[in-house]
Ligand binder design. Structure first.
Ligand SMILES: NC(=O)c1ccc[n+]([C@@H]2O[C@H](COP(=O)([O-])OP(=O)(O)OC[C@H]3O[C@@H](n4cnc5c(N)ncnc54)[C@H](OP(=O)(O)O)[C@@H]3O)[C@@H](O)[C@H]2O)c1
Length: 253
């Protein structure tokens, strides 16, 4: 039942892997010898490009779409992955949205919508994955993408902030609930890529807010994901890949 803790020969599902951080994680796993199911929502063309990049590395890859705005779709996605890839060893909950909205403007519906995608779909994917592994007496890994902002109060992205706090708690809860069969860890990125619609000046303007005074790259996040997937004795852990921003505080200044 113990996981072999090497990526070589394992199969990973990375949600939201058509582009950006998800693509970086998916291709880094493939470089370490994993086969990868590339989940996407709407970005079919980019998902196919990720699949092609993984195949060019000599690994198997499949693009699978699923709307994760509805957590009840999660079990179907895991079932489809089992069908196309013949099993699954590693789940990366990466798909997410990052809407702006302060406390006064954020409605209960906004919070529910973002919770469903950013926290409850990861929960339901993880539970479906765990049930399958239990039935097969297998072992595996889950890596959840969090955010270094969760240690402070991100008053500009209130619903998002709630969702990542919930996923942080779920990460620790699942680490206990799924042990010893599944290791569950998190990565809390800081400034890595500008949100959709913004360019690099967004990163440059905020770079001074972390102690290392720069922004990171998708490869930094992928390296943390590889490390966690291959670490045999780490569970319930969160790695902050944020230039130290979580210890400094003062998010926007
Ligand atoms: N970028 C950063 O600097 C940063 C900083 C802190 C934390 N993070 C966290 O790291 C992770 C990756 O960040 P990112 O910036 O690369 O993410 P992103 O580009 O904002 O989103 C990743 C993917 O999520 C998918 N997605 C959104 N809504 C969906 C839905 N309803 N159903 C299915 N898929 C859906 C999208 O897939 P499609 O395009 O296929 O629809 C999108 O490509 C996220 O969890 C984010 O919160 C990122």
């Amino acid at each position: 039942m113990e996981s072999n803790c090497r990526l070589a020969g394992r199969t990973a599902l990375v949600t939201g892997a058509a582009k950006r951080l998800g693509r970086a994680i998916a291709t880094a796993f493939a470089r370490r010898g994993a086969d990868v199911v590339v989940h996407y929502g709407r970005s079919r063309e980019e998902a196919e490009e990720t699949v092609d990049a993984i195949k060019a590395l000599g690994r198997r890859a499949w693009a699978v779409s699923c709307d994760l705005a509805a957590p009840e779709n999660a079990a179907g996605l895991i079932a489809e992955v089992w069908t196309v890839a013949g099993g699954l060893d590693l789940l990366v909950n990466n798909a997410s949205v990052f809407p702006e909205g302060d406390f006064a403007a954020t409605t209960l519906d906004d919070i529910q919508t973002i919770l469903d995608l950013n926290a409850f779909s990861p929960l339901e994917l993880s539970r479906a994955f765990a049930r399958r592994l239990e039935a097969a007496d297998g072992a595996g890994d889950i890596v959840n993408l969090l955010d270094c902002r969760m240690v402070e109060y991100d008053h500009r992205h209130v619903a998002y902030h709630v969702s990542k706090r919930v996923l942080f708690d779920l990460t620790r809860m699942m680490a206990l609930e799924f042990a010893p069969r599944i290791k569950v860890n998190g990565i809390a990125p800081g400034l890595i890529l500008p949100p959709e619609g913004k360019d690099e000046t967004y990163l440059a303007e905020l770079a001074h807010t972390n102690p290392l005074q720069r922004y990171g790259s998708p490869d930094d996040i992928a390296a943390a994901a590889v490390f966690l997937a291959e670490a045999p004795f780490i569970t319930g852990q969160v790695i902050y890949v944020d230039g130290g921003r979580h210890v400094k505080g003062r998010m926007y200044g």
